[in-house]
Design a protein around this ligand. Structure first.
Ligand code: AMP
Ligand code: GLY
Length: 419
């Protein structure tokens, strides 16, 4: 089968490596991919948001199955465009991708269908938002309605901080049109769990749970990032919690989307918080998480292509989705300074490539050079979390590039929770 993957980061590299294991894949393309993926797939220099060019490429190469990984092309409707040309895809259509594309939509959905989440209100008027903030007080959470590169959420410790956030989103339009509306919600506490789930709109088959480490520095300090590391499974996600999530959150969500005429097929990502009052939804993503994918897919035993096609065809109930009974840890190696400014263009010495997912690198004259904030995701799997964490850091030690920076405590919180 001729398969293409749209996207170019560490998540896409993990998807590519998993697809490569499928015997059915005969040709594998990645658009745009990056210099670190060339051994695993044919990288094609077309951006993930260049929908016209992507469709033209798919037709030209007679692509038989497309995997659309990032949020932007999903929300822009790439799946609809490819489907119109008869190309089946993994990922939701535009109507369903709104579950991530608009926080106002997803909050409204949860309210209407009684899916547990933080209390909230949506505003398109700045003064009304500010009046509500003053009434509720801090801590409180301000979110831009639309996509904002994972930076549209402000956890405000004071009312002033919250008002500043509203002003930067609504008045200064820091995130453009994404901030035309804001969601203001109750501040929740408790451990966070990421659950990625395959769904064909009828059944939900959750993948192994994971834990992201969003802050830049050890001890969960510093700025919010795209994610500095992950472990799987997440020890807070007990069997009991998993059963509650299926009953109270996962199935109600896909049923709600069906009732709204927005059937979701693909990978639905549930960002959960396990509060005193049970699991609640912090956010939905309409796609695989990054860097959650880099710990979840290495543990997948079943053929990824088979599972993906089952979500498209509506045959997920009959399709086996099995995981190895092991643990995984991914340490992100970034350029020092990320997520603020950083230098790039330094040569990377990789050594082994097994479990190494390249996010921000390019090939120049045969050399792999750093080209982004998050450069690599280095994953190890092992029978226990402790051994997986140790093995991931062992691998990290063997990789070199100038200004490399990584957290030293990925997995520490999970290990403490295990005890
Ligand atoms: P996001 O960018 O949407 O992934 O959100 C970033 C982070 O903000 C989440 O991972 C949570 O840690 C935090 N967060 C979002 N909503 C809330 C909330 N209502 N209460 C507490 N923390 C939250
Ligand atoms: N790791 C969080 C995300 O992919 O949004």
């Amino acid at each position: 089968m001729r398969v293409m993957v749209v996207g170019g980061g560490g998540r896409e590299h993990a998807i590519v490596k998993a697809l490569k294991k499928s015997k059915k894949v005969t040709e594998l393309y990645v658009l745009p991919g990056n210099g670190g993926m060339e051994e695993d797939a044919v990288c094609v220099d077309i951006g993930a948001k260049d929908l016209d060019e992507i469709v033209a490429f798919a037709l030209d190469k007679k692509i038989e199955y497309a995997v659309v990984a990032p949020d932007d092309p999903l929300v822009l409707g790439l799946v609809d465009r490819l489907n119109e040309k008869g190309i089946p895809c993994f990922g939701p259509d535009k109507k369903a991708a709104i579950i991530e594309g608009s926080k106002a939509f997803s909050k409204e959905l949860m309210k209407k269908y009684d899916i547990p989440t933080a209390e909230y209100r949506t505003f398109s008027d700045r003064d009304a938002a500010v009046a509500y903030l003053k009434e509720k007080g801090a801590p409180i959470v301000v979110k831009a309605d639309g996509l904002a590169l994972g930076k549209g959420v402000v956890i405000a410790q004071t009312t002033k901080e919250a008002i500043d956030a509203v002003d930067s989103m609504m008045t200064e339009r820091k995130f453009g049109q994404s901030g035309a509306r804001v969601v203001i919600e109750e501040f929740l506490t408790g451990p966070e769990v990421s659950v990625l789930a395959f769904t064909d709109g009828k059944v939900v088959k959750p993948m192994v749970s994971s834990m992201d480490h969003k802050r830049a520095l050890d001890g969960d300090k510093g700025l919010n990032t795209g994610g500095m590391g992950t472990i799987a499974p997440n020890p807070y996600y007990t069997r009991e919690i998993a059963e509650r999530c299926m009953k109270e959150i996962f199935l109600p969500t896909i049923n709600a989307m069906n009732k709204e005429g927005r059937t979701f097929r693909g990978c639905l990502y549930f960002g959960l918080m396990i509060t005193e009052n049970g699991p609640k939804v912090i956010e939905y993503n309409c796609r695989f998480g990054d860097p959650e994918t880099q710990v979840v897919l290495p543990l997948l035993k079943s053929d990824l292509l088979d599972v993906m096609i089952a979500t498209t065809n509506g045959t997920l109930a009959e399709t086996e989705v099995e995981f190895f009974d092991e643990c995984a840890c991914c340490v992100v190696m970034a350029s020092a300074g990320y997520p603020a400014s950083y230098e790039k263009g330094f040569e990377i010495t990789l050594g082994e490539t097994d479990g190494v997912y390249v996010a921000g690198a390019k090939k120049v004259d045969g050399k792999l050079l750093t080209s982004g904030g998050r450069v690599l995701g280095v994953t190890a799997t092992a029978p226990t979390l402790r051994t997986a964490v140790d093995a991931a850091y062992e691998k990290v030690k063997k990789i070199e590039f100038r200004n490399a920076f990584y957290r030293r405590d990925i997995g520490r919180r999970a290990l403490l929770a295990e005890e």
